[in-house]
Ligand binder design. Sequence first.
Ligand SMILES: Nc1ncnc2c1ncn2[C@@H]1O[C@H](COP(=O)(O)OP(=O)(O)OP(=O)(O)O)[C@@H](O)[C@H]1O
Ligand SMILES: [Mg+2]
Length: 317
Amino acid sequence: MHVIKASGLYKRYGNTVAVNNISFTVERGVIFGFLGPNGAGKSTTQRILTGVTKPDAGVVEIASYNLSRQPLKAREVAGVVPEMANVYVDLSAWENLMFVGEVYGVGKKKRAERAAAMLEVFGLFEKRHLRAKGFSKGMKQRLLLCMALMGDPEVLFLDEPTSGLDVQSTLIIRELIRDYNRQGKTIFLTTHNIEEANQLCDLVAIINRGELIVVDRPENLRKTFTSLQTVEVAFQPQFISPDLLKKTDVTKRFKKQGDKYIFYTEHPGQVIFSITELCRSEGVDILSLQTLRPSLENVFLDVTGKLNESGGKENDR
Ligand SMILES: Nc1ncnc2c1ncn2[C@@H]1O[C@H](COP(=O)(O)OP(=O)(O)OP(=O)(O)O)[C@@H](O)[C@H]1O
Ligand SMILES: [Mg+2]
Protein backbone atom coordinates (compact mmCIF):
# COMPACT_ATOMS: atom_id res chain seq x y z
CA MET A 1 0.00 0.00 0.00
CA HIS A 2 1.35 3.41 -0.87
CA VAL A 3 1.54 6.26 1.57
CA ILE A 4 2.50 8.90 -0.98
CA LYS A 5 1.19 9.01 -4.52
CA ALA A 6 2.17 11.93 -6.74
CA SER A 7 0.68 12.09 -10.24
CA GLY A 8 1.75 14.60 -12.87
CA LEU A 9 2.92 17.34 -10.51
CA TYR A 10 3.73 20.58 -12.30
CA LYS A 11 4.70 23.96 -10.89
CA ARG A 12 5.99 27.03 -12.66
CA TYR A 13 7.35 30.29 -11.23
CA GLY A 14 7.43 32.87 -14.02
CA ASN A 15 9.60 31.35 -16.69
CA THR A 16 11.05 28.72 -14.37
CA VAL A 17 9.47 25.28 -14.43
CA ALA A 18 10.36 24.21 -10.91
CA VAL A 19 8.56 20.84 -11.09
CA ASN A 20 7.91 19.30 -14.48
CA ASN A 21 5.34 16.50 -14.63
CA ILE A 22 6.63 14.44 -11.73
CA SER A 23 4.93 11.16 -10.76
CA PHE A 24 5.96 8.54 -8.23
CA THR A 25 4.64 6.42 -5.40
CA VAL A 26 6.14 5.61 -2.02
CA GLU A 27 5.13 2.39 -0.27
CA ARG A 28 4.50 2.20 3.46
CA GLY A 29 7.61 1.73 5.60
CA VAL A 30 10.08 2.93 3.00
CA ILE A 31 12.77 5.60 3.35
CA PHE A 32 12.47 7.40 0.05
CA GLY A 33 15.32 9.73 -0.91
CA PHE A 34 14.63 12.72 -3.11
CA LEU A 35 18.02 13.65 -4.44
CA GLY A 36 19.00 16.50 -6.71
CA PRO A 37 21.39 19.41 -7.12
CA ASN A 38 20.60 22.97 -5.95
CA GLY A 39 17.54 24.39 -7.69
CA ALA A 40 16.39 20.97 -8.97
CA GLY A 41 12.89 21.39 -7.54
CA LYS A 42 13.20 19.24 -4.42
CA SER A 43 11.83 21.72 -1.92
CA THR A 44 9.05 22.79 -4.28
CA THR A 45 8.00 19.13 -4.58
CA GLN A 46 8.07 18.67 -0.81
CA ARG A 47 6.02 21.85 -0.37
CA ILE A 48 3.46 20.53 -2.86
CA LEU A 49 3.33 17.14 -1.12
CA THR A 50 2.78 18.77 2.26
CA GLY A 51 0.09 21.14 1.05
CA VAL A 52 2.09 24.34 1.50
CA THR A 53 2.29 25.11 -2.23
CA LYS A 54 -0.50 24.47 -4.68
CA PRO A 55 0.69 22.81 -7.90
CA ASP A 56 -0.43 24.18 -11.29
CA ALA A 57 -1.35 20.61 -12.20
CA GLY A 58 -1.22 17.17 -10.66
CA VAL A 59 -2.70 15.17 -7.83
CA VAL A 60 -1.25 14.23 -4.46
CA GLU A 61 -2.54 11.42 -2.27
CA ILE A 62 -1.22 10.98 1.25
CA ALA A 63 -2.30 7.71 2.89
CA SER A 64 -5.13 7.50 0.32
CA TYR A 65 -6.43 10.98 1.14
CA ASN A 66 -6.58 13.36 -1.79
CA LEU A 67 -4.58 16.39 -0.63
CA SER A 68 -6.72 18.97 -2.40
CA ARG A 69 -10.07 17.40 -1.49
CA GLN A 70 -9.27 16.18 2.02
CA PRO A 71 -6.44 18.50 3.05
CA LEU A 72 -6.98 18.18 6.80
CA LYS A 73 -7.04 14.38 6.76
CA ALA A 74 -4.00 14.24 4.49
CA ARG A 75 -2.00 16.66 6.61
CA GLU A 76 -2.98 14.97 9.85
CA VAL A 77 -0.94 11.89 9.00
CA ALA A 78 2.15 13.87 7.97
CA GLY A 79 4.97 15.34 10.04
CA VAL A 80 7.07 17.97 8.33
CA VAL A 81 10.47 19.58 8.73
CA PRO A 82 10.52 22.24 6.00
CA GLU A 83 13.62 23.79 4.43
CA MET A 84 15.08 26.64 6.52
CA ALA A 85 12.50 26.02 9.22
CA ASN A 86 12.87 27.55 12.60
CA VAL A 87 11.60 26.77 16.05
CA TYR A 88 9.76 29.43 18.04
CA VAL A 89 12.85 31.02 19.53
CA ASP A 90 11.05 32.86 22.33
CA LEU A 91 9.58 29.61 23.61
CA SER A 92 11.47 26.92 25.49
CA ALA A 93 11.98 23.49 23.94
CA TRP A 94 9.20 22.19 26.15
CA GLU A 95 6.80 24.99 25.17
CA ASN A 96 7.57 24.46 21.48
CA LEU A 97 6.59 20.81 21.80
CA MET A 98 3.46 21.51 23.86
CA PHE A 99 2.38 24.07 21.28
CA VAL A 100 2.85 21.76 18.31
CA GLY A 101 1.27 18.86 20.19
CA GLU A 102 -1.81 20.96 20.74
CA VAL A 103 -1.94 21.92 17.06
CA TYR A 104 -1.74 18.22 16.17
CA GLY A 105 -4.56 17.54 18.62
CA VAL A 106 -2.53 15.36 20.95
CA GLY A 107 -4.14 15.12 24.42
CA LYS A 108 -2.45 16.92 27.32
CA LYS A 109 -1.15 13.86 29.14
CA LYS A 110 0.04 12.18 25.96
CA ARG A 111 1.72 15.43 24.89
CA ALA A 112 3.78 15.62 28.06
CA GLU A 113 4.71 11.93 27.92
CA ARG A 114 5.74 12.06 24.30
CA ALA A 115 7.70 15.28 24.68
CA ALA A 116 9.60 14.01 27.71
CA ALA A 117 10.46 10.72 26.00
CA MET A 118 11.60 12.41 22.81
CA LEU A 119 13.63 15.13 24.51
CA GLU A 120 15.41 12.37 26.39
CA VAL A 121 16.21 10.46 23.20
CA PHE A 122 17.21 13.62 21.36
CA GLY A 123 19.55 14.67 24.18
CA LEU A 124 17.62 17.85 24.97
CA PHE A 125 15.83 16.92 28.17
CA GLU A 126 18.19 18.82 30.49
CA LYS A 127 17.69 21.98 28.44
CA ARG A 128 13.94 21.66 28.01
CA HIS A 129 13.12 24.84 29.95
CA LEU A 130 15.67 27.06 28.21
CA ARG A 131 14.53 29.36 25.47
CA ALA A 132 15.28 27.95 22.03
CA LYS A 133 16.90 31.29 21.18
CA GLY A 134 20.07 30.09 22.87
CA PHE A 135 20.10 26.72 21.11
CA SER A 136 22.82 25.82 18.63
CA LYS A 137 21.87 25.00 15.05
CA GLY A 138 22.13 21.26 15.73
CA MET A 139 19.95 21.53 18.85
CA LYS A 140 17.35 23.54 16.95
CA GLN A 141 17.31 20.98 14.17
CA ARG A 142 16.80 18.16 16.67
CA LEU A 143 13.98 20.13 18.28
CA LEU A 144 12.38 20.63 14.86
CA LEU A 145 12.47 16.90 14.31
CA CYS A 146 10.89 16.34 17.75
CA MET A 147 8.17 18.82 16.78
CA ALA A 148 7.50 17.02 13.50
CA LEU A 149 7.18 13.75 15.41
CA MET A 150 4.80 15.08 18.10
CA GLY A 151 1.73 13.92 16.19
CA ASP A 152 3.24 10.42 15.70
CA PRO A 153 2.86 10.87 11.93
CA GLU A 154 2.46 8.00 9.49
CA VAL A 155 4.79 9.77 7.08
CA LEU A 156 7.63 12.15 7.84
CA PHE A 157 8.76 14.76 5.30
CA LEU A 158 12.26 16.09 5.84
CA ASP A 159 13.89 18.77 3.72
CA GLU A 160 17.69 18.62 4.11
CA PRO A 161 17.49 17.66 7.80
CA THR A 162 21.25 17.49 8.32
CA SER A 163 22.33 20.39 6.14
CA GLY A 164 24.99 22.49 7.84
CA LEU A 165 25.24 20.27 10.91
CA ASP A 166 28.41 18.80 12.35
CA VAL A 167 29.22 15.10 12.17
CA GLN A 168 27.83 14.26 15.60
CA SER A 169 24.48 16.02 15.12
CA THR A 170 24.22 14.53 11.65
CA LEU A 171 24.75 11.02 12.99
CA ILE A 172 22.19 11.55 15.77
CA ILE A 173 19.58 12.75 13.29
CA ARG A 174 20.23 9.91 10.85
CA GLU A 175 19.89 7.37 13.63
CA LEU A 176 16.61 8.96 14.74
CA ILE A 177 15.31 8.74 11.17
CA ARG A 178 16.25 5.04 11.05
CA ASP A 179 14.61 4.45 14.44
CA TYR A 180 11.40 6.05 13.34
CA ASN A 181 11.42 4.03 10.15
CA ARG A 182 11.90 0.82 12.17
CA GLN A 183 8.49 1.52 13.69
CA GLY A 184 7.06 1.00 10.22
CA LYS A 185 6.81 4.68 9.37
CA THR A 186 7.44 6.14 5.94
CA ILE A 187 10.09 8.81 5.40
CA PHE A 188 10.38 11.23 2.48
CA LEU A 189 13.89 12.61 2.67
CA THR A 190 14.93 15.51 0.50
CA THR A 191 18.68 15.86 0.25
CA HIS A 192 21.52 16.82 -2.02
CA ASN A 193 23.84 14.67 0.05
CA ILE A 194 24.48 11.52 -1.96
CA GLU A 195 26.16 9.63 0.83
CA GLU A 196 23.20 10.38 3.10
CA ALA A 197 20.84 8.95 0.48
CA ASN A 198 23.09 5.93 0.08
CA GLN A 199 23.21 5.25 3.82
CA LEU A 200 19.57 5.84 4.65
CA CYS A 201 17.34 5.17 1.69
CA ASP A 202 15.60 2.07 0.39
CA LEU A 203 14.81 3.92 -2.81
CA VAL A 204 16.30 7.01 -4.36
CA ALA A 205 14.69 9.34 -6.87
CA ILE A 206 17.07 11.59 -8.76
CA ILE A 207 15.58 14.90 -9.85
CA ASN A 208 17.23 17.47 -12.10
CA ARG A 209 15.85 20.74 -13.49
CA GLY A 210 12.37 19.83 -12.31
CA GLU A 211 12.33 16.42 -13.94
CA LEU A 212 12.40 13.02 -12.33
CA ILE A 213 15.19 11.11 -14.04
CA VAL A 214 15.27 7.78 -12.29
CA VAL A 215 13.88 5.97 -9.23
CA ASP A 216 15.68 2.89 -8.01
CA ARG A 217 17.53 1.23 -5.15
CA PRO A 218 20.99 2.73 -4.61
CA GLU A 219 22.57 -0.65 -5.41
CA ASN A 220 20.61 -0.99 -8.67
CA LEU A 221 21.63 2.49 -9.70
CA ARG A 222 25.23 1.51 -9.31
CA LYS A 223 24.73 -1.76 -11.17
CA THR A 224 22.95 -0.11 -14.09
CA PHE A 225 25.80 2.27 -14.62
CA THR A 226 28.55 -0.26 -15.32
CA SER A 227 30.18 2.28 -17.62
CA LEU A 228 31.00 4.20 -14.45
CA GLN A 229 33.40 1.67 -13.03
CA THR A 230 36.66 3.43 -12.47
CA VAL A 231 40.33 2.60 -12.58
CA GLU A 232 42.32 5.04 -10.51
CA VAL A 233 46.04 5.28 -11.26
CA ALA A 234 48.91 7.34 -9.91
CA PHE A 235 51.90 7.40 -12.24
CA GLN A 236 55.56 8.06 -11.55
CA PRO A 237 56.51 10.53 -13.00
CA GLN A 238 53.22 12.14 -12.05
CA PHE A 239 52.18 13.73 -15.34
CA ILE A 240 51.37 11.82 -18.51
CA SER A 241 50.54 13.61 -21.72
CA PRO A 242 46.85 13.26 -22.70
CA ASP A 243 47.96 12.21 -26.17
CA LEU A 244 49.78 9.24 -24.73
CA LEU A 245 46.80 8.29 -22.58
CA LYS A 246 44.50 8.50 -25.56
CA LYS A 247 46.59 5.77 -27.12
CA THR A 248 45.15 3.36 -24.57
CA ASP A 249 42.53 2.11 -26.97
CA VAL A 250 39.97 0.81 -24.49
CA THR A 251 39.67 3.99 -22.46
CA LYS A 252 36.74 6.05 -23.60
CA ARG A 253 36.89 8.66 -20.86
CA PHE A 254 39.45 9.76 -18.35
CA LYS A 255 40.30 12.76 -16.24
CA LYS A 256 42.99 13.98 -13.91
CA GLN A 257 41.90 14.26 -10.31
CA GLY A 258 44.45 15.44 -7.75
CA ASP A 259 47.65 13.53 -8.43
CA LYS A 260 45.76 10.61 -9.96
CA TYR A 261 44.09 9.77 -13.24
CA ILE A 262 40.57 8.35 -13.25
CA PHE A 263 39.46 6.13 -16.14
CA TYR A 264 35.73 5.45 -16.56
CA THR A 265 35.05 2.12 -18.19
CA GLU A 266 32.85 -0.92 -18.52
CA HIS A 267 35.94 -3.09 -18.80
CA PRO A 268 38.43 -2.31 -16.02
CA GLY A 269 40.53 -5.37 -16.88
CA GLN A 270 41.19 -4.15 -20.40
CA VAL A 271 41.99 -0.66 -19.18
CA ILE A 272 44.51 -2.00 -16.70
CA PHE A 273 46.08 -4.09 -19.46
CA SER A 274 46.45 -1.07 -21.77
CA ILE A 275 47.82 1.10 -19.00
CA THR A 276 50.39 -1.51 -18.12
CA GLU A 277 51.43 -1.78 -21.77
CA LEU A 278 51.70 1.99 -22.02
CA CYS A 279 53.82 2.22 -18.88
CA ARG A 280 56.13 -0.54 -20.09
CA SER A 281 56.68 1.05 -23.49
CA GLU A 282 57.11 4.57 -22.09
CA GLY A 283 59.23 3.63 -19.07
CA VAL A 284 56.64 5.00 -16.61
CA ASP A 285 56.10 3.49 -13.17
CA ILE A 286 52.74 2.89 -11.45
CA LEU A 287 52.68 4.23 -7.89
CA SER A 288 49.21 2.87 -7.18
CA LEU A 289 46.30 1.41 -9.09
CA GLN A 290 42.83 0.47 -7.93
CA THR A 291 39.51 -0.36 -9.48
CA LEU A 292 36.30 0.97 -7.97
CA ARG A 293 32.71 0.03 -8.68
CA PRO A 294 30.35 2.86 -9.67
CA SER A 295 29.73 5.21 -6.79
CA LEU A 296 26.30 6.68 -6.29
CA GLU A 297 28.03 10.03 -6.58
CA ASN A 298 29.22 9.28 -10.11
CA VAL A 299 25.79 7.96 -11.09
CA PHE A 300 24.28 11.16 -9.76
CA LEU A 301 26.79 13.38 -11.56
CA ASP A 302 26.33 11.42 -14.78
CA VAL A 303 22.52 11.55 -14.88
CA THR A 304 22.47 15.22 -13.95
CA GLY A 305 25.02 15.96 -16.70
CA LYS A 306 27.60 17.16 -14.21
CA LEU A 307 30.19 14.39 -14.40
CA ASN A 308 32.17 16.22 -17.05
CA GLU A 309 32.15 19.43 -15.04
CA SER A 310 33.36 17.91 -11.82
CA GLY A 311 36.91 19.18 -11.86
CA GLY A 312 39.96 17.90 -13.64
CA LYS A 313 40.30 17.55 -17.37
CA GLU A 314 37.81 15.28 -19.04
CA ASN A 315 38.60 13.73 -22.37
CA ASP A 316 35.79 12.33 -24.46
CA ARG A 317 36.66 10.65 -27.66
N1 LIG B 1 8.61 30.88 -4.35
C1 LIG B 1 9.34 30.85 -5.47
N2 LIG B 1 9.31 31.90 -6.32
C2 LIG B 1 10.04 31.88 -7.46
N3 LIG B 1 10.84 30.87 -7.83
C3 LIG B 1 10.90 29.80 -7.03
C4 LIG B 1 10.16 29.74 -5.81
N4 LIG B 1 10.43 28.55 -5.21
C5 LIG B 1 11.29 27.92 -6.02
N5 LIG B 1 11.57 28.65 -7.11
C6 LIG B 1 12.47 28.27 -8.22
O1 LIG B 1 12.19 26.93 -8.57
C7 LIG B 1 13.38 26.18 -8.78
C8 LIG B 1 13.43 25.01 -7.84
O2 LIG B 1 13.62 25.47 -6.52
P1 LIG B 1 13.64 24.51 -5.25
O3 LIG B 1 13.76 25.36 -4.05
O4 LIG B 1 12.48 23.59 -5.31
O5 LIG B 1 14.99 23.70 -5.51
P2 LIG B 1 15.77 22.69 -4.54
O6 LIG B 1 15.99 21.44 -5.32
O7 LIG B 1 15.08 22.55 -3.24
O8 LIG B 1 17.17 23.41 -4.37
P3 LIG B 1 18.16 23.52 -3.06
O9 LIG B 1 19.01 22.27 -3.08
O10 LIG B 1 18.98 24.72 -3.36
O11 LIG B 1 17.32 23.63 -1.84
C9 LIG B 1 14.52 27.18 -8.63
O12 LIG B 1 14.87 27.64 -9.90
C10 LIG B 1 13.93 28.27 -7.78
O13 LIG B 1 14.53 29.51 -8.08
MG1 LIG C 1 15.63 22.95 -1.31
